[in-house]
Write a protein that binds this ligand. Structure first.
Ligand SMILES: Cc1cc2nc3c(=O)[nH]c(=O)nc-3n(C[C@H](O)[C@H](O)[C@H](O)COP(=O)(O)O)c2cc1C
Length: 249
């Protein structure tokens, strides 16, 4: 009997042990699956976060993409405007009056021509200004007489250089010195290119005509279309100048 009870107890113990082991196994399994689930959840939430973030960054990209063309559209919209703004409105008149005047007489005529033609005015000045003694034509040793006797003399021009860009017509004026243009005019015409420009010589004098001044300067310049020049007295009227200018058209 004792033996039977011992066997029974052993059997009960075995059964309860087995049950315990099973419960532990189940617990471990459920814990593991819980952990798996958590991990899965984490992965899912990460994926969700990524997929949530993805559209945002896509929106950002789209927004950027949209922004960029918008900017370039704005730029390209601005481009033609600036092009069309740059197109017309010339910066200055297409006509220029250039003058050398030692004592102011030819300058007065040049100013009238500039007013009539709505032209810009540029005065040629000598780097070394002419004094009264320099202009004394009664003195065969004076500077002006010496220069005029030397066809290769090229008195230096002072002041700012001239930009001829945009000019199509130049009235070119000077006093007559010993029958022709002062040598400083030769310096001037040799200093610039007159391609595409029409040049119209004019002069003042005590009585002499313009002589060969025009052809002289044309040959030295080597460019430009030179019209016949004309001599005026210092007191020429605006009407006479206007009539002459109109006769050139
Ligand atoms: C050196 C010199 C030579 C001159 N030679 C002549 C000449 O050959 N014939 C003439 O009619 N006038 C002559 N003149 C007078 C000037 O041509 C005239 O006074 C002119 O209108 C001066 O112009 P301006 O004030 O613009 O310098 C001469 C004047 C000078 C200073």
């Amino acid at each position: 009997m004792k033996k039977m009870i011992s066997v029974l107890l052993a059997a009960v113990l075995l059964v309860s042990l087995a049950g315990c082991a099973q419960t532990q196994k189940e617990d471990a399994g459920s814990q593991a699956s819980a952990a798996e689930n958590k991990a899965a959840e984490k992965t899912e939430s990460a994926t969700t976060a990524e997929s949530t973030a993805a559209p945002e960054s896509a929106i950002e990209t789209d927004a950027t993409a949209e922004k960029e063309p918008a900017t370039s559209e704005a730029e390209s919209a601005a481009e033609p405007a600036s092009e069309s703004a740059a197109e017309p409105a010339p910066e200055h008149s297409e006509t220029l009056v250039v003058v050398f005047s030692a004592t102011g007489t030819t300058l007065g005529v040049a100013e009238k021509i500039a007013a009539i033609t709505d032209a810009d005015l540029y005065e040629i000045t000598a780097a070394e200004p002419y004094t009264d003694e320099d202009l004394n034509y009664s003195n065969s040793a004076s500077r002006s007489t010496t220069e005029q006797n030397d066809k290769s003399a090229r008195p230096e021009i002072g002041g700012d250089p001239l930009d001829l860009t945009g000019y199509t017509t130049i009235y070119i004026g000077f006093p007559i010195w010993w029958g022709e243009e002062p040598r400083i005019m030769d310096t001037f015409v040799e200093s610039y290119s007159f391609d595409g420009i029409t040049l119209i010589p004019f002069c003042t004098s005590a009585s002499s005509g313009i002589g060969r001044s025009g052809p002289n300067m044309e040959a030295l310049a080597g460019s430009g279309t030179w019209l016949d020049g004309k001599r005026f007295s210092g007191g020429v009227s605006e009407d006479d100048l206007r009539a002459w200018i109109e006769s050139l058209q």
